[in-house]
Design a protein around this ligand. Structure first.
Ligand code: BGC
Length: 243
């Protein structure tokens, strides 16, 4: 079975057709820059563009960078505030005529890793942390998702969230070397280890491709690995969640 997976991010909206029985991409991946402002109207136009690009006429699974429950957005830390309360599945369906299933982007990325990637053989507590414009998290217990954990939003220094210190946008904004950023990120991992005693931590998002640049800064005892699907985990997992 094939489902179109879409990953809505802070800088790009990416899609590909996914074989949900194998987790493989069966089309090229197509990326459109996230429209400036990223309000519901602008983003739904981009979604329509993606659907037209793939000439897609089936089910769509979509990862969304906020708390999502019952298809509705319930937070907006890195997107336009007007998303809060929007029934995202209905909005995209009205725009395209297709059936959408919406989940938090990090939960989606984690789903790909749990079913077909690095988390496949690990029982117990597995956490995925996605590092990009924001910092997302997906918590799985014996393969079952606990949705919307939002560990990036936990307050750290001066009541500011971990996300504002350890996201990829913070690294770029503060022009940090990977070594300096990695030392910071390790503090976040220490917090996660103390709180959840996970059996495995998987890193996703664009930064997961560069793990060799900060690996030596990681001091936690928990095994930490880069996502098998790297930056495609969100696309694959969104399709899996729509299955
Ligand atoms: C949001 C999360 C999202 C993460 C990654 C955070 O700002 O609160 O819901 O998963 O960014 O996009």
């Amino acid at each position: 079975m094939e489902i179109l997976g879409i990953d809505i991010g802070g800088t790009g909206i990416k899609g590909a057709v996914v074989n949900v029985d194998t987790g493989e991409l069966v089309s090229e991946r197509h990326r459109i820059p996230t429209p400036k402002g990223a309000n519901p109207e602008a983003v739904s136009n981009t979604i329509k563009e993606l659907i037209d690009h793939f000439q897609w006429n089936g089910k769509v699974g979509c990862g969304f960078p906020a708390i999502v429950s019952g298809g509705k957005a319930r937070s907006a830390s890195n997107i336009d505030k007007s998303w809060i309360g929007v029934q995202v599945d209905d909005l995209f369906q009205e725009k395209t005529g297709l059936d959408f299933s919406i989940a938090n982007d990090a939960d989606a990325a984690g789903m790909a890793e749990i079913i077909f990637g690095e988390g496949k053989d690990t029982k117990g507590v597995v956490l995925i942390i996605t590092i990009g414009t924001g910092v997302g998290s997906g918590l799985f217990i014996d393969g079952k998702l606990v949705p919307n954990t939002e560990l990036g939003l936990v307050p750290y220094k001066d009541y500011k969230r971990f996300e504002s210190f350890v996201s990829d946008s913070a690294r770029k904004r503060e022009e940090l070397s990977f070594s300096k950023w990695g030392k910071r990120f390790d503090k976040f991992l220490q917090f996660i280890e103390q709180t959840f005693s996970p059996d495995l931590i998987i890193l996703g998002g664009g930064t997961s491709k560069k793990m060799e640049k900060f690996q030596d800064r990681i001091t936690v005892e928990t095994k930490v690995v880069a996502a098998k699907f790297q930056n495609n985990a969100g696309i694959v997992g969104a399709a899996l969640l729509a299955k």
